[in-house]
Design a protein around this ligand. Structure first.
Ligand code: ATP
Ligand code: MG
Length: 265
């Protein structure tokens, strides 16, 4: 089903935060599935050699004929490599450990930070949204993601050190904006694994709103065990238990993002 005119091209968003384990992949998978439920055509790109977004979408990362690594070094196209997530109803450009070798190969290539962008250019009209699940580093892989994107969605936990880590990421985004990709902007900050009973989390959440204003998404994703269980069933949380509080938050987030993107047009 086409939610937008066919001549429109995809919005490309990175889900990024160089801090590990903050909920990037959970956000990428559940946002992809939420957007699909809202009738959007979605490609989820797994830019992390851990392959968690691939597995969490119900795709066996060890049984692939090609993966993002071959796409980045020019040995395969996205059209040849993408796989359907049957549970999530979106496409996946999968990854596995092979991708960790890409850094070394890319360094020797011309336009090394633009390889992902060039690959995405070939399938832009196939989708409404392309989401990129970034690894917890500011590496050449992440740089390829940022160079290809219109914007960055930053999932974060409302902890004391979260704000400190944010300034590194914001500086990197500014640098990429200046030097490689002047389309790039911060789309918004998403509060995840939120526990409203913790005073510190409420304080950090208020600080975020004061500092970043409208850049903070209204949707807040609570800490919810159903979201953590879902990947072992090869399903996004929004499909595994649609009525759970975590799923409901990601469904609301998808709706909010579609609205925010329309306002950018
Ligand atoms: P990495 O930096 O390693 O790529 P990440 O930022 O992608 O990690 P996730 O893998 O999404 O983070 O999440 C880390 C862990 O927290 C996982 O075990 C995941 O299931 C769990 N988790 C994520 N979000 C939630 C949530 N809202 N409620 C409960 N558990 C969550
Ligand atoms: Mg991850």
């Amino acid at each position: 089903m086409n939610a937008v005119p066919p001549n429109k091209t995809a919005r490309v968003f990175c889900i990024a935060n160089q801090k590990g384990g903050v909920g990037k992949t959970t956000t990428a998978i559940n946002l992809a599935a939420s957007l699909a439920i809202h009738n959007q055509r979605v490609l989820l790109i797994d830019l992390d050699p851990q392959g968690n977004a691939t597995m969490g979408s119900g795709i066996d990362k060890s049984g692939l004929t090609s993966n993002l690594y071959q796409v980045l070094i020019g040995d395969a196209t996205i059209a040849q490599t993408r796989v359907r997530s049957e549970s999530g109803k979106y496409d996946v450009l999968p990854a596995n450990r092979e991708l960790s070798g890409a850094e070394m190969d890319l360094v020797q290539m011309e336009e090394r930070e633009r390889q992902l962008k060039m690959a995405i250019d070939t399938i832009r009209t196939d989708y409404d949204f392309v989401l990129i699940d970034c690894p917890p580093t500011l590496s050449l892989l992440t740089l390829n993601g940022l160079a290809a994107a219109h914007g960055v969605i930053i999932p974060m936990q409302c902890e004391y050190f979260a704000l400190e880590g944010l300034s590194d990421l914001v500086n990197t985004i500014k640098r990429v904006h200046r030097n490689i990709n002047d389309d790039l902007r911060i789309i918004g900050l998403l509060r995840v694994m939120f526990d409203p009973r913790m005073t510190l989390q409420q304080q950090v959440s208020s600080q975020l709103e004061a500092h970043f204003g409208d850049k903070v998404f209204k949707a807040v994703v609570p800490r919810n065990v159903r979201l953590a269980e879902a990947p072992s069933h090869g399903m996004p949380g929004v499909v595994y238990d649609r009525n759970s509080r975590g799923a409901q938050a990601y469904l609301a987030f998808g709706k909010e993002l579609i609205k925010r993107v329309k306002a950018l047009d």
